[in-house]
Design a protein around this ligand. Structure first.
Ligand code: MN3
Length: 251
């Protein structure tokens, strides 16, 4: 029988057991004997192929923070390239076509060696960008669920923002900064390349959280508009966050 566990009840269960994120480490593979199904961002191949998800808005919708040309190239070229490489990998390992992308990433350390690095880099790229596009919208305001958590976790919304900006500015080279929810607290963390907090094999073993927000810190995400000024992009990002979507994630 397949178990179907949503993130909320799973986190609740792990919190009750007091096992927290350590249960997601490579020594706890037994937890993944049954497939986990997520209610949010459950990305699966369609007829054996992953597809570019609908963007849901125009390329210029996030101007001036993210310019239309960057959006178009980022979405149609970079994101599509991750999907193409991921599809090549699952063509080699057809058994993986029955699983969701989340399952592949959560179980990265047990993926077949022939495709592991492709799933990490390109599967990660597909998940990260699918999540990122949904996180973006102009004209929304931070909701009460998030601001309460920012207060309890960071001592205030401004403290949260300045901490996030500092951490995002500190990511060396290509990577991401993330806001995650773990044991009822918001945390900020980073990952290199296309790693993300779902990956049990990534260099962020303390995390198996609910991902709330992420910012793409690869230069392709901002260079056309902001050139070397990553700070302009990171500070502008707050006005491009889809706070309504974040309230949905926190429900
Ligand atoms: Mn990118």
């Amino acid at each position: 029988m397949k178990s179907k566990i949503d993130r909320k009840s799973f986190l609740k269960a792990t919190a009750l057991l007091g096992i927290g994120s350590i249960a997601f480490g490579s020594k706890a593979k037994g937890l993944f004997a049954e497939p986990m199904v997520y209610s949010v961002n459950d990305i699966k191949p369609k007829d054996g192929k992953y597809e570019l998800p609908p963007l849901g808005y125009a390329y210029n919708a996030l101007e001036p923070i993210i310019d239309a040309q960057t959006m178009e190239i980022h979405y149609t070229k970079h994101h599509q390239a991750y999907i193409n490489k991921l599809n090549e990998a699952i063509d080699k390992e057809p058994s993986l076509k029955n699983k969701s992308l989340e399952e592949l990433l959560l179980n990265l350390s047990s993926m077949p060696a022939s495709v592991k690095s492709v799933i990490r880099n390109h599967g990660g790229g597909h998940w990260n960008h699918s999540f990122f596009w949904k996180s973006l919208k102009t004209g929304t305001n931070m909701g009460s669920s998030f601001s309460k958590l920012a207060n309890s976790s960071f001592g205030g919304v401004e403290e949260f923002k300045s901490t996030f900006e500092k951490i995002a500015m500190g990511v060396f080279g290509s990577g991401w900064a993330w806001v995650i929810l773990q044991n009822g607290q918001l945390k900020i963390t980073t990952s290199a390349n296309q790693d993300n907090p779902l990956m049990d094999a990534a260099a962020v073993p303390e995390m198996m959280p609910k991902v709330i927000l992420g910012i793409d810190l690869w230069e392709h995400a901002y260079y056309l508009k902001h050139q070397n000024k990553r700070a302009d992009y990171v500070k502008g990002f707050w006005n491009a966050v889809n706070w309504d979507e974040i309230e949905v994630l926190l429900k």
